[in-house]
Design a protein around this ligand. Structure first.
Ligand code: CA
Length: 227
């Protein structure tokens, strides 16, 4: 699977090595050493995936990630944050900005390759598919119908959007803020408690008795489609 990968990294040795290794894997690579240029290049020529250093001169990786994930035009591009920080708290912070994955320097190229591959695989085909399945759950996006165990489930419009968003990346944990931004939209003011209310409703209809529970609460982090 070859893709266009953008590297935003100010440490030249890391960037050079990454470029070398990724090209060896068959990817097309472009890069920048500072934040403003990175954001400009990414917007000009949308890459398939971004490797984003946490700390960059002028505009930080965290800020770039937030800006891209807030924008409907770019928020589908998978982002892997590269960082020297290894604290659990920073990891959560990275996910809060909307990053799709996170590696701590020094990382193994092999591990990074595996993560890149997995993100590329799930980013591509799903977005254009009309019928998506996860376990015994099936969403028909065109007809806006949901089935569990082959029985139709009736969802409200917000619950449908929530589920449609979750099913793009099953098992991935989303914070309330990420759910608000992606399901309700950027400029709409809603309290994060609203998310809990709709999750509760979604769960109630999805968790048909006798079947496994599908929406998992991850303490102090958010929710994921899981079981
Ligand atoms: Ca840096």
């Amino acid at each position: 699977m070859s893709a266009h990968i953008f590297i935003a990294e100010d440490e030249a040795p890391i960037s050079t090595l990454l470029k070398y290794n990724l090209e060896k894997e068959g990817h097309k690579v472009s890069s920048s050493e500072n934040g403003e240029d990175s954001l400009k290049s990414i917007k000009q020529k949308m890459p398939d995936l971004i490797l984003l250093d946490w700390m960059l001169p002028d505009l930080s990786g965290v800020e770039i990630c937030k800006q891209l994930k807030r924008d409907k035009k770019y928020n589908d591009i998978p982002i892997i944050m590269l960082t020297a920080k290894g604290e659990e708290e920073d990891k959560l912070k990275a996910f809060e900005t909307g990053a799709d994955d996170y590696v701590t320097k020094p990382f193994s190229q092999k591990e990074l390759n595996a993560r890149i591959k997995s993100l590329l695989r799930r980013a591509k085909p799903l977005s254009s598919t009309d019928v998506v399945e996860f376990k015994d759950l099936k969403i028909d996006r065109l007809a806006k119908r949901v089935y569990r165990n082959d029985k139709e489930i009736i969802l409200g419009p917000t619950e449908f959007k929530l589920l449609d968003f979750f099913i793009k990346n099953p098992k991935r944990v989303y914070s309330r803020e990420q759910l608000l931004n992606n399901v309700w939209g950027e400029n709409i003011y809603v309290e994060s408690r609203t998310v809990d209310v709709h999750i509760r409703r979604l769960r109630k209809v999805l968790n048909v008795s006798g079947l496994e529970s599908l929406i998992r609460t991850v303490r102090s982090a958010g929710y994921s489609l899981d079981n």
